[in-house]
Design a protein around this ligand. Structure first.
Ligand SMILES: Nc1ncnc2c1ncn2[C@@H]1O[C@H](COP(=O)(O)OP(=O)(O)OP(=O)(O)O)[C@@H](O)[C@H]1O
Ligand SMILES: [Mg+2]
Length: 247
């Protein structure tokens, strides 16, 4: 594998609407595979949106191999690409081949060449019949797979996968896991299914926009599970106490 890029967040503050999502967040990500975990609303998607330039920091900066990511122009699409939690937020074009061709056109292939390459890419994966399919005629999981293929073909140096396994069937999950293992890029995966990142050398646990755990997947996932169990037990005990009080 080519050495992964170095993504650095320095004292980043991110505000979305009226919510302060990240407060003074500093992190360096330079491993080939990183997992990102944490409760709903912890800030995982917001962090990904920041890293691909869809959100700008209110304070601090994000550096990609030392270059300010938010000051970069078009080249940023070659640095970082994201697979959205909801495929419909990502897909722009009506057909599969057009959607896949988009990533190639940004690499200066002509429209015609890009479509031909997209068809070739689909054929290599046994999906030639998908080329002219209307995206709206695909299932949610199939649309998620299109998003993953679009990212593979565009080949940015870092890929951010936001809950990529959520709608995939079991063969699709296995395919994605194999694709991730084979990818030459830096891959950062956010997931609620800890099994997918437990064996990663590095997992970051976000909690209300702050890093609450950072280390080997085994350790960080175990710490997160323990915290969740403790919180659930406390809630149940409180529920029992409230119910007892009511009688
Ligand atoms: N478009 C938005 N406008 C305002 N606030 C937002 C917006 N999107 C998210 N937020 C807020 O930002 C915080 C972080 O949300 P985010 O979507 O990043 O969490 P997440 O970790 O991805 O959660 P999930 O596991 O549910 O996907 C939450 O408090 C959320 O309410
Ligand atoms: Mg999210």
């Amino acid at each position: 594998m080519i050495s992964p890029p170095r993504i650095e967040l320095a004292h980043v503050r991110l505000v979305r609407g009226r919510t302060q999502v990240l407060e003074n967040l500093s992190l360096v990500w330079d491993q080939p595979r990183i997992g990102l975990i944490g409760d709903n609303g912890a800030g995982k998607t917001s962090l990904f949106r920041l890293l691909c330039g869809l959100e700008a920091p209110a304070a601090g900066e994000v550096l990609f191999d030392g270059q300010n990511l938010h000051a970069a122009g078009r080249e940023r699409t070659r640095w970082v690409g994201m697979m959205f939690q909801n495929p419909d937020d990502q897909i722009i074009f009506p057909t599969v081949e057009e959607e896949l061709a988009l990533g190639l056109q940004s690499r200066s292939a002509s429209r015609h060449e890009a479509k031909a390459q997209a068809r070739e890419f689909l054929a290599q994966r046994g999906l030639a019949h998908w080329a002219e399919r209307a995206i709206s005629s695909l299932s949610q999981g199939q649309r998620q797979m299109v998003c993953w293929l679009a990212l593979l073909i565009a080949a940015p140096r870092t890929v951010l996968l936001d809950e990529p396994y959520a709608s995939l069937d079991l063969p699709g999950q296995a395919q994605l896991a194999d694709d991730i293992a084979a990818a030459s890029q830096q891959v950062i995966v956010s997931t609620h299914v800890l099994a997918h990142v437990r064996d990663y050398p590095r997992v970051v646990w976000l909690d209300q926009g702050r890093v609450r755990g950072d280390g080997p997947g085994e350790e960080v996932c175990a710490a997160y599970e323990a915290a969740v169990q403790a919180a659930v037990a406390a809630r149940r005990a409180l529920g029992t106490a409230t119910a007892a009080h009511g009688h």
